[in-house]
Design a protein around this ligand. Structure first.
Ligand code: GLU
Length: 507
């Protein structure tokens, strides 16, 4: 019987969610949706030393902003809960006891100092079959002594007992068959009596088993843990329902070699977190994609293509298209360079696809905050006129401010180049001509353009000689959209006023 696809995203709340984690979650989401499966949100918070307050809330808010939804999990509910590992202590304990009872794990009483001494005595010390019999554990101490230590409340850890010389096969959807020998593994700690909590390895596989996870899709940094996980499935007798693994390639620095880090973002000026993050320990504030003005769809589309592609050159994809096209098998084994400029390109593309009216609605409060206003229909018109020049919606003000504020000075270089001795007379004539155009014709981009261009031609003026200073008068510099897009919004009176001001100031 094929099992219903169930995948999970299982972050540890140790800080902000890294952009690589967002990609991992996205791939899980696409895979779940594609297979009409379920997507589970689990919090792996068994390492209390690394717990950071606010991190869990931050991760939840990030996915809300991104539009990635979960079927079950922390803050979503479901039948396999609790989904926060710190609330599953008792569950793990029974599995720890099971391994102890089967002799597949043992209790170790070595103090940190004793372990440190061993490390200095033995080069590359590893707690494993070659050393465990020289340590203080339930394999070397008598039953009485173990009982005595427990009665005294001595702290211990439970270590997995790994037999050397066994082949462990990790069958990875992306990487193929990865074989390693158990001799290189150490007897990892699975449980600490000090806090009664399991370590990542035990909690992770127990939960994947109990939550009936079918596919473990996670970052490459977890590949080294996979052999131990496979072994633990064997120890528990769960091999038949062991999830299939897929370890995703790393996100690499935009330049040079190595893994993408927060420092790369700081150095090159881009966010590595979905939302702005306020580190509660250091007080440091890190930028986020949301606050930098990204559209969540653009971020997801960009991330989807870092490590996977649909096999053609299609780049812009809706979520539905990605769900259709995504293939774990087609994910690349090698790392994906984090091309930040490409991220901006995606945002630019998504901005072009946005409805002008919708952008206008979002933009209007910015204008109002500056003491201006404009009805949304007209605002949509100016947004439409400038948006091809804009990557982020928060650049709209820079591109449109001249609609609201008449220039008080003029770009010097442009004046030198464009304002000629004859300009005064020619613009004066233009003003006279504009006065003859009806307000209705003036408000039409096409009509006003036709009329003015026709007038310049019949007057025998050079087109550029009139149009360039005309623009300079309206905008103050040589930028901006099509000139008749501007005049249609400014209206006849304001257009004429700006030309007259320029003539007065520039002579
Ligand atoms: N808690 C791990 C993390 O923080 C989960 C790794 C896994 O998906 O197995 O990414």
């Amino acid at each position: 019987m094929t099992r219903k696809v169930r995948v999970r995203f299982a972050p540890s709340p140790t800080g902000a969610l890294h952009i690589g984690g967002v990609r991992t979650a996205l791939y899980n989401y696409l895979f779940a949706k594609q297979h009409s499966g379920e997507f589970i949100f689990r919090i792996e918070d068994t390492d209390s030393n690394r717990f950071v307050p606010g991190a869990e809330e931050y991760i939840i808010e990030s996915f809300k902003w991104l539009g990635i939804t979960f079927d079950e999990g922390v803050s979503f509910g479901g039948n396999y809960g609790p989904y926060r590992q710190s609330e599953r202590k008792d569950i793990y304990k029974t599995y720890v006891d099971e391994l102890l009872a089967k002799g597949l794990a043992y209790m170790a009483f070595d103090t940190p100092e004793e372990l440190e001494t061993k490390r200095t005595e033995i080069a590359n010390f590893q707690y494993d079959a070659s050393t465990r019999l020289a340590m203080n554990n339930s394999l070397t101490l008598s039953e009485d002594e173990v009982a005595q230590r427990l009665a005294n409340g001595e702290k211990y850890v439970v270590r997995v007992k790994i037999e050397p010389g066994e082949e462990i096969l990790v069958n990875d959807i992306i990487r193929g068959e990865v074989r390693i020998n158990s001799s290189i593994l150490d007897d990892k700690v699975l449980y600490k009596s000090a806090d009664g909590l399991p370590t990542y390895h035990l909690a992770n596989i127990v939960d994947d088993h109990l939550m009936e996870i079918t596919h473990v899709i996670r970052g490459e940094e977890w590949l080294p843990s996979a052999p131990l996980h496979v072994l633990l499935y064997r120890y528990f007798g769960w091999t038949d329902t062991m999830p299939q693994f897929a370890h995703l390639p790393l996100l690499l620095k935009p330049d040079g070699n190595g893994k993408l880090s927060k420092r790369d973002g700081d150095r090159l000026g881009f966010p590595v977190f979905p939302l702005e993050w306020h580190d509660p320990k250091t007080g440091e504030v890190s930028s986020g994609y949301r606050e930098s003005g990204y559209f969540p769809e653009a971020v997801l589309n960009f991330l989807a293509l870092l490590g996977w592609n649909p096999g053609n050159d299609q780049e812009i994809m809706t979520m539905d298209e990605m769900v259709q096209l995504f293939h774990l098998e087609k994910c690349s084994k090698s790392g994906a360079k984090f091309d930040y400029e490409k991220g901006k390109w995606f945002n630019h593309q998504y901005l072009q696809l946005k409805d002008n009216m919708e952008l206008a609605k979002q933009f209007r409060p910015t204008i109002q905050a500056k003491g201006f206003d404009m009805d949304e229909v007209q605002l949509a018109q100016i947004v439409g006129a400038v948006k091809s020049r804009v990557t982020f919606a928060n650049e709209l003000w820079d591109q449109t401010s001249f609609y609201f504020v008449a220039p008080t000075q003029y770009d010097e270089k442009a004046v030198q180049k464009r304002w000629k001795p004859e300009t005064k007379n020619e613009l004066g004539a233009l003003v006279n001509y504009l006065k003859t155009i009806t307000d209705a014709d003036f408000a039409s981009v096409e009509l006003s353009e036709k009329l003015v261009i026709g007038w310049i031609e019949t007057s025998g003026y050079n087109m550029g000689n009139v149009m360039n200073p005309f623009r300079l008068s309206l905008v103050g510099e040589m930028k901006g959209p099509h000139i008749f897009d501007i005049t249609a919004v400014l209206g006849k009176e304001e257009t004429i006023r700006r030309i007259q001001t320029a003539i007065e100031k520039l002579g």
